[in-house]
Design a protein around this ligand. Structure first.
Ligand code: ADP
Ligand code: ILO
Length: 347
């Protein structure tokens, strides 16, 4: 689906995205001539959701200013996704002691692996949808330079995507360590421009600590390992974030928390997930979805968002990231996973 960027886009009858629910003709007219200092427009913000009518959300921000300039559109979308109203404010809490998440599956019957990530973007630069090639390359050199100073368990190597051996790249994706190329949602948001230049992955020797550079956000800081030891994964992530923040300053808004290119990631920018085998619940999707909804969980497929589940294995994560703390994000995921495992056992 293409459109002229000037007139109100057509949405299919079947479209259920937050964009098509919240963008009226009148709002489009009100916002269509606004341009941020980085040259980012409403048409760019909504292009992904117009071109991909199966989007769940459909909008991206080009810079910090986008969240203010286009707030008549972003605010209702943010409220809808996170349950975060105009008068709410965001709060951070990285205190591991407040988390109660002992391994919910010590025998390894259900949980294959645990992963917790946060998104981060550098203060003063545009976000990925509006960044220039020179700025993106600058992010890569600044971040890879900073990561080079990490020590101990976090020490590792930065591997640029440009020039990476194809077999190595495919294996990293298949093993769930690296982002895919050519995502159509990111593509329409302008996030794949100049691909693969400026993109890459840093990881430690065991691939338990990883940083994606210049994918949807400038940094995705990731801690992951096999099994269900959520507290160890969270603790490693906190250590890494604190170390990286010593040398890089990240975009933070007093109301919206950490700023990210997709509004679903605002606030903590944290997604805590497990890959979990739930074959019986998989056969009873209404019950599965009911439990997921009541614990604020999102169900994804095994290869990430917009992918399918295979062999009854799902990616289960916290859905809310804004207006709740980092500890709450992980606690949401933990509480929901305990409930899912208990239901799977009953079945
Ligand atoms: P994100 O937005 O968190 O980066 P994606 O849905 O794009 O998430 O997934 C990125 C990659 O991380 C995918 O390969 C996905 O399978 C992998 N992944 C997510 N959660 C886990 C997990 N708990 N264990 C192993 N891999 C995971
Ligand atoms: N733009 C896509 C993805 C939305 C949320 N996920 C991420 C990775 N940001 C959509 O609207 O479905």
């Amino acid at each position: 689906m293409t459109w002229d960027h000037l007139s109100f886009p057509t949405f299919n009858q079947s479209c259920t995205s937050l964009l098509c629910r919240h963008l009226s003709k009148q709002l489009f007219q009100q916002l269509k001539s606004r341009v941020t200092k980085n040259g980012f427009t409403l048409a760019q913000a909504i292009n992904s959701g117009v071109v991909n009518q199966d989007s769940g959300v459909g909008v991206y921000a080009g810079d910090a200013e986008s969240y203010h300039l286009f707030n008549p559109l972003f605010d209702p979308i943010i409220a809808d996704y996170h349950g975060f109203s105009k008068t709410d404010s965001h709060r951070s809490d990285l205190d591991l002691q407040k988390l109660s998440a002992p391994n919910p599956d010590p025998d390894g019957q259900f949980i294959l692996s645990t992963r917790i990530r946060v998104g981060r973007n550098i203060t003063g630069l545009p976000l990925g949808p509006a960044i220039t090639k020179i700025q993106r390359n600058l992010v890569e050199s600044q971040v890879s330079g900073s990561l080079r100073n990490l020590t101990g368990e976090l020490a590792g190597t930065y591997y640029p995507l440009s020039g990476m051996d194809e077999a190595v790249r495919s294996q990293l994706i298949a093993d769930h360590f690296l982002f895919k190329a050519g995502d159509r949602f990111l593509d329409a948001a302008g996030l794949n421009r100049d691909w693969p230049e400026g993109r890459g992955i840093f990881h430690n020797r065991d691939k338990t600590f990883l940083v994606w550079v210049n994918e949807e956000d400038q940094l995705r800081i990731i801690s992951m390992q096999q099994g269900g030891d959520i507290e160890t994964v969270f603790s490693r992530l906190l250590k890494a974030v604190v170390e990286i923040e010593k040398t890089v300053s990240f975009m933070f808004d007093s109301r919206l928390g950490y700023l990210t290119s997709c509004p679903t990631n605002l606030g903590t920018a944290m997604r805590a997930s497990v890959h979990i085998r739930l074959p019986l619940l998989a056969d009873d999707m209404p019950i599965f979805k009911d439990i997921a909804d009541s614990y604020h969980l999102q169900i994804r497929g095994i290869d990430g968002e917009h992918s399918e589940s295979k062999s009854g294995i799902f990616d289960i994560s916290n859905k809310r990231r804004l207006g709740i703390t980092e500890v709450d994000c992980v606690q949401d995921m933990y509480d929901g996973v305990v409930a899912l495992i208990s239901r799977e056992k009953e079945l």
